[in-house]
Write a protein that binds this ligand. Structure first.
Ligand SMILES: [Zn+2]
Length: 280
C-alpha cells in the first residue's frame, strides 16, 4: 500500500489510518534498537535506521529473508554508524550533511525529504540538534525515527549542543501528530521513568505507565516505540511548562547552585543536569 498521507510535521491532512508502517526491531549492544523499516511497496525490502552493528542487521535480514534497500543515519555516534560501511555496498545512505560520517551518499538536513518512490517510502527530515550538533530525525508514515534526541521518559545527553537547541528539537518532535509512533534508539525507559517519578510523583499517567513498563521489562519486552501523545503526558523534558515540573527543576537548580530554572530552557537545562546526577 502506497502512503501519500504524510504531509509533514504538524500539518493538517495527516491520517494515521492510511498506513501502519511495518518495522522490525533489531536489538544490539546492551540497549540499542536498530530498526528495519519495511517498504510498503514490497515488505521484503527494508531500510535500516542507525545500523551500529552490521552483524545484528545481517542476522535479522537472513532470518526473515529480507533485502536491504538503503540506510538512514540520525547522527555520528559509533553505536549508530558502526555497521554502515559493511552494509552499504551500492545502496543509498542518508545522513546528516553537517556531521562527519563515512559512507553517506545522500547528505540531508532539516527541510529536505527522503523520497524512495520505488519502495513507497517518503520521509521529512527534521533538524534536532542537542545530543550532537547535526542530529536529524526522519518523520513519515505516522512514525518518527529520532535517534538519541527523544527517549521514552527522557532525552539524549547534551554532548555537543545547548539546552536551547534541545528544547527546540524536542518541541519539533512533540509537535508531530499525537498518534505518531516514536522510534527511539535505546531501551532507557525504566531508568528514565525512575527519574521522571522523582520530578513529577503525582502525575497519574506517569505512575500508570511506569507500572506498564515494569511489566514489559520483566517479560524482556521492548517499551519502544512509544507515541508523541504518551511522551507529552509523561516525559518531564516535554513538560517544562507544567507547574509541578518547573517547581521541581527550580528546587534542584537552587540546591545545585545552577541558574534559576525560571523559563522553559533553564528548566530543561536543570532537568538534564539533575538526570545526569540522578541515581535512582
Ligand atoms: Zn548518540
Amino acid at each position: 500500500m502506497q502512503d501519500s498521507g504524510w504531509r509533514g510535521a504538524g500539518e493538517s491532512g495527516f491520517n494515521s489510518m492510511m498506513t501502519i508502517l511495518a518495522v522490525t526491531t533489531v536489538p544490539a549492544f546492551d540497549d540499542n534498537y536498530l530498526w528495519l523499516v519495511h517498504a510498503p511497496a514490497d515488505p521484503r525490502q527494508v531500510l535500516v535506521v542507525d545500523p551500529g552493528d552490521a552483524t545484528a542487521v545481517e542476522a535479522a535480514l537472513r532470518a526473515q529473508g529480507l533485502v536491504l534497500a538503503g540506510i538512514l543515519v540520525t547522527h555520528h555516534h559509533g553505536d549508530h554508524v558502526g555497521g554502515v560501511q559493511t552494509l552499504a555496498g551500492n545502496l543509498p545512505v542518508f545522513g546528516p550533511g553537517n556531521e562527519d560520517i563515512e559512507g553517506i551518499t545522500h547528505p540531508v538536513q532539516g527541510g529536505d525529504r527522503v523520497e524512495l518512490p520505488a519502495l513507497g517510502l517518503s520521509f521529512a527530515v527534521l533538524d534536532v540538534p542537542g545530543h550532537t550538533r547535526g542530529h536529524i530525525a526522519y518523520a513519515g508514515h505516522g512514525a518518527v525515527f529520532c535517534g538519541d534526541t527523544l527517549f521514552s521518559g527522557g532525552c539524549g545527553r547534551l554532548f555537543e549542543g545547548t539546552p536551547a537547541q534541545m528544547y527546540a528539537s524536542l518541541g519539533a518532535l512533540a509537535a508531530l501528530p499525537p498518534e505518531t509512533q516514536v522510534y527511539c534508539a535505546h531501551e532507557y525507559t525504566a531508568s528514565n521513568l525512575r527519574f521522571a517519578l522523582a520530578v513529577e510523583p503525582d502525575n497519574a499517567a506517569l505512575v500508570a505507565y511506569a507500572a506498564e513498563v515494569a511489566e514489559l521489562r520483566a517479560a524482556c519486552r521492548a517499551t519502544v516505540p512509544t507515541t508523541v501523545a504518551r511522551e507529552r503526558a509523561i516525559n518531564p523534558f516535554l513538560r517544562t511548562t507544567e507547574p509541578a515540573v518547573r517547581a521541581a527543576a527550580a528546587g534542584f537548580a537552587v540546591e545545585a547552585g545552577l541558574n534559576a530554572a525560571n523559563d522553559d530552557i533553564a528548566t530543561l537545562a536543570a532537568l538534564r543536569e539533575w538526570k545526569n546526577r540522578f541515581r535512582g
